[in-house]
Design a binder for this molecule. Structure first.
Ligand code: CO8
Length: 260
C-alpha cells in the first residue's frame, strides 16, 4: 500500500516512520489513522529483520498537533465513539509491537499527538518539544487513550492537572514528570532513539518481545501480571536463545542470538 501521509525510511535496520502532513502540523486525520493501522497491522510485522521503529513528525515544528480538528465538524455520538475506538486500536498495535517503538518528539505533541507518543515504548524529546492534552479547550476529551496512559506515566494528580487545565508543558517539565525518557538538543532526537534501539537489538529478541508483553500485562485488568510473567519465563526458557545467553556468560563471550 502506498501511503499518502506517512513516509518510511530505513536507517541501519531501523524504520523511521514520519507523520507527513506538515502544513497541518502533522494532525492525525482519519486517513492517517488508517495508514498507521495498515502499517502496524500488515506492513511492519512482515519486516522480520527490522530492529525497531522510530516515530517522528515531518518538519521542525510539530511531532503531531492533535487529531485533525477540521474533521470534528458534524461529528455525532456514534461516529465519535467509533473514530476514538479505531484510533485506540491502532495505538494498541503500537504498544504491543514486539520490537521497540520509540517516539522522537521534535515539536508540538498535543492531544492525539501526546497520545501517540505515549503508546510508544519510550519517548525522546527535543528541547523544543511541547506536550499537552488540550482537548478541554475544544470542549472535548482525549479519545485515543490519553486519560488512561497519562495516569500510567505521570500519576493521577498531575494527569488530572494537565487534562483538566489543557496546559502545555515543555520538554524539561515532561522529563521531570516521567513523560519522556530523555531530552536532547533539537535535531538529535531520532539519533538518540536509534542509539537505544541499536542497543536493544543486541539482546535476545524473544526476551525483548516477551518483556514488552509482560510490562503491558501490568495494565491489563484481566491479567494477573505475576502469573503471566512466570508463564512467559517458561516460554523463554524453552528457546535456544535462553541456552545461548547462559553459555555465552559462562564462556565469557558475546552471545549470538537467533530469535529461536
Ligand atoms: N487539526 C487540524 N489542523 C491543525 C491542527 C489540528 N489539530 N493543529 C494545527 N493545525 C493547522 C492550523 O489550522 C494551521 O493551518 P492553516 O495554515 O491552514 O490555517 C496550521 O496547522 C498551522 O497552525 P497554526 O497557524 O495554529 O500554528 P501556530 O504556531 O500559531 O500554533 C499550535 C501552533 C499551538 C500547535 C496550534 O496550531 C494549535 O493549538 N493546534 C491545535 C492543538 C490541539 O488542540 N490539539 C488537540 C486536538 S483534539 C485531539 O487531538 C483529540 C484526540 C482524540 C480524538 C478521537 C476521535 C477522533
Amino acid at each position: 500500500m502506498a501511503y499518502e501521509n506517512l513516509t518510511i525510511k530505513t536507517r541501519k535496520g531501523i524504520l523511521i516512520l514520519s507523520i507527513n502532513r506538515e502544513k497541518a502540523l502533522n494532525a492525525l486525520n482519519i486517513k492517517t489513522i488508517e495508514e498507521l493501522h495498515h502499517f502496524f497491522a500488515v506492513s511492519a510485522p512482515k519486516r522480520k529483520k527490522i530492529k525497531g521503529i522510530v516515530i517522528t513528525g515531518t518538519g521542525a515544528k510539530a511531532f503531531v498537533a492533535g487529531a485533525d480538528i477540521k474533521e470534528f465538524l458534524g461529528m455525532k455520538k456514534n461516529g465519535g465513539a467509533s473514530f476514538a475506538q479505531r484510533g485506540q486500536d491502532v495505538f494498541f498495535l503500537i504498544e504491543n509491537f514486539p520490537k521497540p517503538v520509540i517516539a522522537a518528539v521534535n515539536g508540538f505533541s498535543l492531544g492525539a499527538g501526546c497520545e501517540l507518543a505515549m503508546c510508544c515504548h519510550m519517548r525522546i524529546a527535543s528541547e523544543k518539544a511541547r506536550f499537552g492534552q488540550p482537548e478541554v479547550n475544544l470542549g472535548i476529551i482525549p479519545g485515543y487513550g490519553g486519560t488512561q496512559r497519562l495516569i500510567q506515566l505521570i500519576g493521577k494528580g498531575k494527569a488530572m492537572e494537565l487534562i483538566l487545565t489543557g496546559d502545555m508543558i515543555n520538554a524539561e517539565e515532561a522529563h521531570r514528570l516521567g513523560l519522556v525518557n530523555h531530552v536532547v538538543e533539537s535535531g538529535k532526537e531520532i539519533a538518540k532513539a536509534c542509539e537505544i534501539i541499536e542497543k536493544i537489538s543486541t539482546k535476545g529478541p524473544i526476551a525483548v518481545a516477551r518483556s514488552i508483553e509482560c510490562m503491558n500485562a501490568y495494565y491489563d485488568k484481566l491479567i494477573d501480571g505475576f502469573a503471566f510473567e512466570a508463564v512467559q519465563f517458561g516460554e523463554v526458557a524453552d528457546t535456544k536463545d535462553f541456552q545461548e545467553g547462559a553459555k555465552a556468560f559462562i564462556n565469557r563471550r558475546a552471545p549470538k542470538y537467533i530469535g529461536e
